[in-house]
Ligand binder design. Structure first.
Ligand code: ATP
Length: 473
């Protein structure tokens, strides 16, 4: 039966949050409008019917989200409102929501969680045409599940179970794409801290001059461009877990500061005078041999000892080939479901071919390949030749990938224009630069000179482009 899509409004002054949330909700079949302030949403309410659900940020210039909530409760008492709030805001604002039928979404949030929440509030309300892709929330659960039946993975799961309960620091080592972040999330999820935030920071993806304020926050006016107070990842993760990915890329002076904070559990924000006390469990990860970085004088031995109370090594996929078929089948099904493509399955020969591959990009490479097969392979059964072809078409050399990102860019631009945003060229260019720079830095293990060469840019140009405001997650 064709039903009409439920309408959702997203109110947030942060254009990026508005965009990604609106896109995810639209993909789930909702009709979405974005507003950059409480006032613009209230203005719209005068000329348009109220939406079925409204997401709002708390901190915004002008009226904040709480004022908006207050006004909405008077004018539209039955309108459900989901308040998106940085974790650190929640304690101070919780009282305002008591008694209301409203929900919290603590920032930074997972898009799948946000969509699942909307679906809970508005069951059966997404438009039929989009909703046919079956239970999207299922995909979110799957992405969190660690798959593995080989002895190495079983041993790892046992360690996760044991370590999750102990508040010790854990160092996760393994090649790129082996699942280090997934393991860190599992350690958090199984721990007594599970209800508190899991906050991830990729040290290699953030320019070193911004890393300190990203970790510890800064006060307004702490440096040029710091117009507002910024709450760092340590504070965001209070009570929970902070995952520091690519820890080997952390500059030495910051290593010293991190060591002190780990010992004392307190710090000052950059430019701040208030001593901030936190209770954070740190899980670090690296694909580099930290011992040799210590020998080269690039990593502090005492920091290594503090982080490396327990070490978990994630084996590369080629050392656990028996896990390949199960992983491939799960990824293929989930990709088909998310793409809304018909279900497919692997032939026996296709699975054998996958098992024989060496997977330099590990599980991530396998996952990407399955997405490609779900989208491209012609038949319902995937043959060995399909796998050969997909393996030969390296993701970034393949013509279809080149056109895929152009199509995505075009969709993004249309969505921005539909939202009434102006000056989107600058925003798009920034995102384009960021994608290229991060890919190059990830490829070169954070080495800027090499990244500049690979991109065909001068080193100074690269440094300038890396300037303020580059964040990955
Ligand atoms: N055992 C597993 N079961 C299911 N999915 C997995 C598994 N291991 C990894 N993945 C998936 O593979 C992708 C890469 O995993 P993840 O980001 O955790 O790797 P990583 O080691 O942290 O990579 P990097 O070092 O590049 O940051 C993710 O999409 C993750 O969900």
């Amino acid at each position: 039966m064709a039903n009409e899509a439920a309408r959702i409004w997203v109110v947030d002054d942060d254009r990026a949050v508005r965009f990604v949330l609106a896109t995810a909700l639209r993909e789930a079949g909702f009709e979405v409008d974005g507003f950059d302030s409480a006032q613009s949403a209230l203005d719209a309410l005068r000329s348009r019917p109220a939406p079925d659900l409204l997401f709002t940020d708390v901190r915004m210039p002008g009226d904040d989200g709480l004022v908006l909530l207050d006004k909405l409760k008077t004018a539209h008492p039955r309108l459900p409102v989901i308040v998106m709030s940085a974790y650190t805001d929640i304690a101070s604002t919780a009282g305002a929501f008591r008694g209301g039928a409203h929900e919290f979404l603590s920032k930074p949030f997972d898009l799948d969680d946000a969509v699942a929440l909307a679906e809970r509030v508005l069951p059966n309300a997404a438009a039929d045409n989009h909703a046919s892709a079956e239970a999207p929330a299922d995909g979110a659960a799957q992405a969190e599940t660690l798959i593995g039946g080989t002895p190495a993975m079983r041993a790892l799961f046992r360690s996760i179970g044991r370590l999750a309960q102990a508040p010790v620091s854990v160092l996760i080592t393994g090649e790129t794409g082996t699942g280090k972040e997934l393991v860190a999330r599992a350690l958090h999820r199984e721990s007594p801290r599970a209800r508190k935030p899991f906050v991830a920071l990729n040290t290699a993806a953030i320019p070193s001059e911004l890393l300190e304020s990203e970790l510890f926050g800064h006060e307004a006016g702490a440096f040029t461009g710091a117009s507002r107070r910024h709450i760092g990842r340590f504070e965001q993760a209070d009570g929970g877990t902070l995952f520091l990915d690519e820890i080997g890329d952390m500059p030495l002076p910051l290593q010293t500061r991190l060591l002190r904070v780990l010992a004392e559990n307190e710090f000052f924000r950059v430019g701040g005078r208030e001593l901030i006390r936190v209770d954070v469990r740190v899980i670090a990860a690296t694909h580099q041999p930290l011992e040799s970085l210590v020998a080269d004088g690039r990593f502090r031995a005492d920091l290594l000892h503090r982080l490396d109370v327990v070490r978990l090594r994630l084996p590369p996929l080629r050392e656990r080939r028996d896990d390949v078929p199960k992983l491939a089948e799960v990824f293929l099904q989930s990709a088909a479901r998310k793409l809304g493509a018909p279900a497919k399955r692997f032939s026996k020969q296709a699975l054998e071919r996958l098992q024989a591959h060496d997977w330099p990009g590990n599980v991530r490479e396998l996952e990407n390949l399955c997405w490609r097969l779900a989208a491209m392979a012609p038949g319902e059964a995937i043959s060995r030749a399909d796998v050969d072809e997909a393996l030969a078409a390296r993701p970034f050399a393949a013509a279809e990938s080149a056109t895929a990102w152009e199509a995505a860019l075009s969709a993004w631009a249309r969505a921005q224009l539909a939202e009434g945003n102006e000056g989107i060229h600058a925003d798009a260019r920034e995102r384009f630069d960021r994608a290229l720079l991060e890919a190059a830095l990830a490829h070169t293990g954070g080495r800027r000179s090499e990244a500049a060469v690979r991109l065909g840019l001068g080193r100074n140009t690269l440094t300038r482009k890396l300037g303020p405001g580059r964040k990955r997650r």
